[in-house]
Design a protein around this ligand. Structure first.
Ligand SMILES: [Zn+2]
Length: 154
């Protein structure tokens, strides 16, 4: 009986490790994206766009690390912070409570401004909301779609 439970635990751990490894990512050294479904591929395409100017050339500073982006984030958080929680729009709440900015990182240590940059765009595409006006300037939809189209299940 004990042996069987141990085998199940091991099996579960192996499946967990494999599924963890299958999680998508953008390799900043090679410029290669690894992703396995439509929305994950969009998320990783945004990391790619954040780092790269067209044709794989790297930006001097990634968009989500620029002063302009940080300035807009600071003003946006100030603005939304003054709106009562129950009166916030869906996107306002999503951005305001995003892990790793005012709120803590997730238990897995995920979040922060670079993830927020990718997630604002991905989220609006997946759930059909609009990118808040302040953030539109940081995304070139056409260029992002072009990257996204290279990956599975676009
Ligand atoms: Zn990410």
């Amino acid at each position: 009986m004990k042996k069987i439970s141990l085998i199940f635990i091991l099996l579960f751990m192996i499946i967990f490790i494999i599924s963890e490894n299958r999680r998508g990512y953008y390799d900043v050294n090679t410029g290669q994206v690894y992703c396995y479904d439509k929305w994950e591929c969009l998320h990783e395409s945004l990391h790619e766009y954040d780092w790269e100017i067209e044709n794989g050339k790297m930006r001097d500073v990634r968009i989500s690390a620029t002063n302009e982006y940080h300035q807009v984030i600071a003003e946006y958080y100030k603005k939304v912070g003054e709106i009562k929680e129950e009166n916030r729009t869906y996107m306002e709440s999503f951005i305001y409570t995003f892990p790793g900015v005012l709120y803590p990182l997730t238990d897995e240590g995920w979040g922060g401004l670079h993830e927020l940059y990718a997630e604002i765009f991905r989220h609006t595409e997946e759930y059909g909301s609009d990118i808040p006006n302040e953030f539109i300037q940081f995304y070139d939809k056409e260029a992002i779609y072009k990257l996204w189209k290279q990956y599975p299940n676009f």
